[in-house]
Every structure is written in C-alpha cells, then in structure tokens.
Design a protein. Structure first.
Length: 134
C-alpha cells in the first residue's frame, strides 16, 4: 500500500502505529518527542481529499484528545527531492506542506515555526521552546 496511490488504507496503517506508540508512553514520562503526530495523518487525509471521511474524523478527534503540548513545524526550505520513497513532485510536496501547516494552525496546539535556517539554529529554537514548556 503506497501513500500516493491509496492514502486511505495507508493512513489507517500509520494511524494504528501512531496509537500504539502513544499508548506505550509511560504515564510518568515528562517529555516525549515524536517526529509525526496524528495531526499529520489528518493533514494528509485532507490533502488527498479525504478530510470528511470517517477515518479522518476519527483521527481529528483522537488528535484533539491527545493533549499534544507543542508542535515544531518546519518551514518550507524551497527545495524538494524526489526519491524512491518520496514520489511526489515539487508542486505536490508544497501542496502537502501547506495542508499540514493549515491543519496544525487550526488544531489549537501551540505552534513553533522553524524557519528555513540551519539545522543547528532550528535545534536552538526547539531547545528554547522545550525549556519554556517545562
């Protein structure tokens, strides 16, 4: 199942893994970092025209209840490289980025925007944001 050809089924698999990973977080954990959240899955479904599907609404509700404290959202870098796994074109990649940005902005989760700066500078922004959170 590939995301570019069948996102509904792919998204369902990814959501299942996301829930399993989040369920495995120890109750006493002070800080947990994920590369992706359920909000991403909802954003991809919106992008692929499935935003009103039962799966999308289930994921949106799950994300709202997940109590995410902060999201660090990487700004568009102005470049895009297709690979064997990333099959989208530059135009498609930018459209996906915009869909994800839109759903995160409307999610109510505190959003830290990471501009197109060096990875070291982005890391400093993340560290400052986490210190302010704790």
């Amino acid at each position: 199942i590939m995301p570019t050809t069948n996102y509904r089924d792919f998204g369902q698999l990814v959501f299942k893994v996301q829930k399993e990973m989040e369920a495995a977080i120890p109750k006493r954990a002070e800080l947990v970092l994920f590369d992706r959240s359920a909000v991403d899955q909802y954003g991809y479904l919106v992008h692929y025209g499935l935003g009103l599907s039962t799966l999308a609404q289930t994921i949106k509700q799950y994300a709202a209840l997940a109590d995410y404290s902060l999201v660090c959202f990487c700004g568009w870098l102005g470049k895009f490289e297709q690979t064997a796994l990333r099959r989208e074109t530059l135009v498609q990649g930018l459209a996906i980025h915009r869909s994800l940005e839109s759903v995160y902005r409307s999610s109510g989760i505190r959003l830290v925007e990471l501009p197109a700066i060096s990875p070291a500078e982005r890391l400093q922004l993340i560290k400052r944001s986490l210190k302010a959170l704790l």
